[in-house]
Write a protein that binds this ligand. Structure first.
Ligand code: FAD
Length: 229
């Protein structure tokens, strides 16, 4: 990368170093990125960061899994079958690598005062859900449906016992939500593959009578599209 571009990126983006890189589920790696520039960022649970993933200007977006205010951001990156630059980066990142990333952003965040919280999504969504669930106290009213390719793809989530897990190809997520039939009055967080997100939203609004504004949605990826944000 030309020196001038490097200097511009240093001004525009935060920089950190990978200090831990390890599997957290069968196809998901947890990357801990540390550095003084990452101190005091105060991400809201569910927010994401944009990461330069291949040593050029290619960006992919990842939810903040855990944050340490002394200066560490943890991400979990899925290694999916059509791996593009994001999945390849997640697969190959090593301790000592330099990472450039943006500040935490986004409005797909926990509504802490909701009467109950319903989480619906896939492997990618479960990263944001992990941060949101970790911010809820023991005994908080939580339910939801999570779909993964295999049982080994499940992230260790707080409050996991109150979530319903299914395998892709068995029950669809909209059907799983119909089965759960969550009563309106709380907040639903729906993320993952774009079309499924829309279908789940329709299920909650049309079939279960939820107020549209109480269903927070965020498409994380779509077949055939590259890096949605
Ligand atoms: C707000 C937000 C938060 C996100 N948080 C996370 C996160 O915490 N962890 C995470 O792993 N990803 C997350 N993503 C998705 C991430 O940004 C990338 O889209 C993902 O890593 C794929 O990038 P890629 O370069 O490998 O593939 P791309 O070049 O973006 O896509 C290539 C092709 O791969 C296929 N594809 C992409 N994703 C998947 C998938 N999950 N399963 C099957 N096929 C796929 C599609 O057909 C796509 O056309 C998030 C996205 C958004 C918008």
């Amino acid at each position: 990368m030309p020196a001038l571009l490097t200097r511009v990126l240093d001004l525009l983006m935060l920089q950190g170093t990978v200090t831990e890189a390890e599997p957290v589920a069968s196809r998901m790696r947890r990357l801990r990125i540390e550095g003084p520039a990452l101190a005091g960022l105060d991400p809201r649970p569910g927010q994401q960061v944009r990461v330069l993933v291949d040593g050029s200007l290619t960006r992919r977006t990842y939810s903040v899994w855990r944050y340490d205010p002394s200066g560490a951001v943890e991400l979990c990156v899925l290694d999916h079958p059509k791996a593009g630059p994001g999945a390849r980066w997640g697969r190959s990142a090593r301790t000592g690598d330099t990472v450039r990333l943006g500040k935490p952003e986004g409005s797909f965040v926990l509504r802490p005062d909701a009467a109950h919280h319903v989480f619906v999504g896939d492997e990618t969504a479960s990263v944001a859900f992990g941060a949101m669930l970790a911010a809820l106290p023991d005994g908080a009213p939580v339910s939801g449906c999570l779909e993964t390719e295999s049982a080994d793809d499940r992230l260790p989530l707080p409050h996991a016992g109150r979530l319903t897990w299914s395998l892709r190809g068995a029950t669809s997520l909209p059907d799983a939500v119909r089965g759960l039939s969550p009563a309106p009055g709380g907040v639903a967080y729906v993320a993952g593959e774009a079309r499924t997100v829309q279908q789940v939203r329709q299920t909650l609004v049309r079939d279960a009578g939820w107020d549209r504004r109480a269903v927070l949605t965020k498409p994380f990826w779509a077949p055939g599209k590259r890096g949605l944000e």
